[in-house]
Design a protein around this ligand. Structure first.
Ligand code: ADQ
Length: 479
């Protein structure tokens, strides 16, 4: 057993909640980075005085553990080759597209897999060194699916939880992976494997039964060593109250008015906010909107579409192609349909502070969230949290995890351009009574199920004692 450290709660995630930003004079500083995971985990970390292990971005090699705004952070070093093979390669060129229903073609390369194994082991070793005797370790997401098993081998005393933020694919797709069995066994090192939706947990259990040959019953897997692993859904959420308080602040209210003003005070503002990713359906959404303008159902004098897209994973070819495609589409739509001072689409590549996000949500009449596949989608929930006036409309893809809870949104199939056009128009034309009825119901859901409730329920389930199952189980099939 490796010697133990002092943290009672260890978060292991691909990224640290900070970026290393070069200052130009040879030095660098840490800056808070945006993103779904950081937004979700930070409150839990603070409440539990934990340690967070992750990659800070970049390839600097002699970084020491440090404290940032009260968080204990342990940086993991990646070499340039590991960034290419583990992060851009296996994580974002193989697993990301495969787990998102092959929204792009996944590539399978043996050297990417080798790098994935090496880097997962590094994370597991750091977690083993940081965790105190009997500590709880919570491993996050698709980049680190081998860590639970590697960590259990090093530190059998730990409680290990794993949470997958993205969808878990249907069994037919998962089976394509040459390393499917190793990934399943990696995850089975955890005591609790959490997913966004129940269907994902069911896919996982079915695969474990079929591919690894362990005995299963409902959401439980019985391992030959006597351990029981539970697979269950824990739909992630946001700091709903934090967003609402921000939205109610005078500064945000003022900024929202400024935004509307700067856009020429149109009667309706549509808004899209996404990482620039091919799973988010940005291209099809803008096309649907532009067709409504071209047909005369909407008018640029009256409506504008604000699309904020944060550039992401820019070293991966598919992301560069997507960025160019959307740049061209926006240029064409504005060239064809805009008028002087009245663009059809107001498009920004930018990452904004939370205040600006809240102001955008306040300024927008119709929020458009249309991913082809999304684990949850926090943007949809953030919008709802900011609409304390019970006004505003949400157009939401059926294939975002959030659609399971936000049933009162205008739900759309993002592959169906005509269906999306109808939903955009319905949301645009809906009267106040209809908007309020829907928004009130969604606000209730989001405020009752916030990120604190999510983390509490995961950690409570993880700490619930599960003694050895004592069953006679078949040995794992070796295939
Ligand atoms: P993401 O794919 O990154 O997350 P999402 O859930 O929408 O997607 O979270 C994005 C977060 O980044 C939101 O909190 C949003 O406010 C923020 N953000 C987006 N654009 C921004 C911008 N321009 N400036 C500043 N902040 C911005 C992954 C999964 C999701 C899952 C989350 C959490 O893909 O399905 O919901 O993790 O589990």
């Amino acid at each position: 057993m490796a010697s133990s450290g002092s943290a009672d709660l260890v978060i292991v995630a691909n990224r640290l909640p900070v970026d290393r930003v070069p200052l130009g004079d040879g030095t660098a500083e840490w800056r808070r980075s945006p993103g779904g995971l950081v937004t979700a985990i930070e409150p839990v970390m603070r409440a539990n005085d934990g340690s967070w292990i992750g990659w800070p971005g970049g390839t600097e090699s002699d970084l020491e553990p440090f404290e940032d705004e009260g968080l204990d952070l342990v940086p993991i070093t990646l070499t340039q080759q590991e960034v290419e093979e583990f992060y851009e390669g296996f994580a974002n060129g193989t697993l990301w597209p495969l787990y998102h229903d092959v929204a792009a073609k996944p590539e399978f390369h043996r050297e990417w897999w080798d790098a994935y194994v090496v880097v997962n082991r590094r994370f597991a070793e750091q977690a083993a060194a940081a965790a105190s005797e009997g500590a709880t370790v919570w491993v996050h997401d698709y980049q680190l699916q081998l860590v639970p098993q590697m960590l259990r081998e090093l530190r059998p005393d730990l409680r290990i939880g794993f949470y997958l933020h993205i969808p878990f694919p249907p069994t037919e797709l998962f089976q394509q992976l040459p390393w499917r069995r190793q990934l399943l066994e990696g995850l089975l090192g955890a005591d609790l494997v959490g997913f966004q939706l129940p269907g994902a947990a069911q896919n996982f259990v079915r695969l474990v039964r079929q591919r690894v040959g362990h005995k299963t019953h409902r959401d439980l897997v019985y391992l030959p060593d006597g351990r029981t692993v539970r697979a269950a859904a824990f739909p992630i959420s946001i700091d709903a109250k934090g967003f609402e308080d921000l939205a109610r602040s005078e500064e945000v209210e003022k900024r929202a008015a400024e935004i509307r003003d700067a856009l020429g005070n149109p009667s309706r503002i549509f808004l899209g906010v996404d990482r620039l990713d091919y799973t988010k359906g940005i291209y099809a959404r803008l096309r649907a909107y532009s067709e409504l303008l071209a047909q005369g159902d909407l008018d640029v004098e009256d409506a504008v579409f604000v699309q904020v897209a944060t550039p992401s994973r820019e070293q991966v070819e598919q992301y560069r192609i997507l960025r160019d495609d959307i740049d061209r589409l926006v240029g064409r739509i504005n060239g064809d349909l805009g008028r002087i001072g009245r663009p059809a689409i107001s498009y920004m590549h930018a990452s904004y502070p939370r205040e600006e996000m809240a102001a955008l949500y306040r300024a927008a009449d119709i929020m458009v969230v249309t991913p082809y596949r999304d684990g949850m989608n926090l943007v949809a929930k953030e919008y709802v949290a900011c609409r304390f006036d019970n006004d505003g409309a949400l157009v939401l893809s059926e294939f975002a995890g959030a659609a399971d809870e936000l049933r009162q949104a205008w739900l759309v199939n993002p592959y169906d351009i005509n269906g999306m056009k109808s939903a955009l128009l319905e949301a645009y034309r809906a009267d106040e009574k209809e908007r309020t009825r829907r928004m009130k119901a969604m606000r209730k859901t989001v405020s009752q199920n916030d990120v604190a409730a999510w983390a509490d329920s995961f950690l409570a389930e993880l700490t619930a004692v599960r003694p050895s199952h004592g069953k006679t189980v078949r040995p794992a099939r070796r295939s």
